[in-house]
Ligand binder design. Structure first.
Ligand code: GDP
Length: 194
């Protein structure tokens, strides 16, 4: 399994410190606490893969994980919307993410991690707008689905599907119940191994 070969590579804020802009990358974005680290850990089947993204000093960095031959990478973008972060820092961070989404040539797609209980926040939409501005494929993962009844899960899925711009895809996910892993796997592979 491709994703299980994920290995932490480097954390950086500035483009000059990023790995070379080559190969194929898929980026993961989401509000702080949406469940992005849990999702990365589950799809890579490594309990602590994304722990690095939570270490002090790295929460605002872009974290790169290489797969297999290092030509394929997962990119963990800094979580946003965390109220305790000072306004000036937040602005800087938005600029970094925007620049990354707009300029990174090897980026093949963006996975938006959203808590299925409150998806499509204004900051989520901002992030998606940046990605869509360059026609980047976008897949919305509605996580913590285990917190919703089957009925509400399906209603949420349909609602988000309607709100997403054309061409975007979405799915339910639960790191806790290991729900939706295969679907996400397939989406990532379709972007990385076309
Ligand atoms: P991040 O800040 O987006 O990386 O979020 P984390 O992965 O650290 O998750 C934030 C909190 O949500 C933690 O307490 C997790 O245990 C919890 N969480 C993450 N995914 C799930 C899930 O699928 N189901 C449930 N019930 N809780 C989850």
């Amino acid at each position: 399994n491709l994703l299980r070969t994920a290995k932490y590579q480097i954390s950086a804020t500035k483009p000059q410190n990023f790995p070379a802009d080559e190969g194929v990358e898929v980026a993961f974005a989401g509000r702080s606490n949406a469940g992005k680290s849990s999702c990365l850990n589950v799809i890579a089947n490594q309990r602590a893969l994304a722990r690095v993204s939570k270490t002090p000093g790295r929460t605002q960095m872009i974290n790169f994980f290489s797969l297999q031959d290092e030509q394929l990478k997962l990119v963990d973008l800094p979580g946003y919307g965390y109220a305790k972060v000072p306004v000036a820092m937040r602005a800087n961070w938005g600029r970094n993410i925007q620049a990354f989404l707009e300029n990174r040539r090897c980026l093949a797609g963006l996975v938006m991690i959203m808590d299925s209980r409150h998806p499509m926040s204004p900051l989520d939409q901002q992030m998606m707008d940046w990605a869509l501005a360059r026609q980047l494929p976008l897949h919305a993962v509605l996580t913590k689905a285990d917190k919703l009844s089957r009925n509400v899960q399906n209603q949420t899925l349909m609602k988000v599907r309607k709100e997403l711009p054309e061409g975007c895809t979405t799915q339910l996910f639960s790191a806790l119940k290991r729900q939706g892993i295969e679907e996400l796997d397939e989406r990532l592979k379709s972007w990385m191994l076309p």
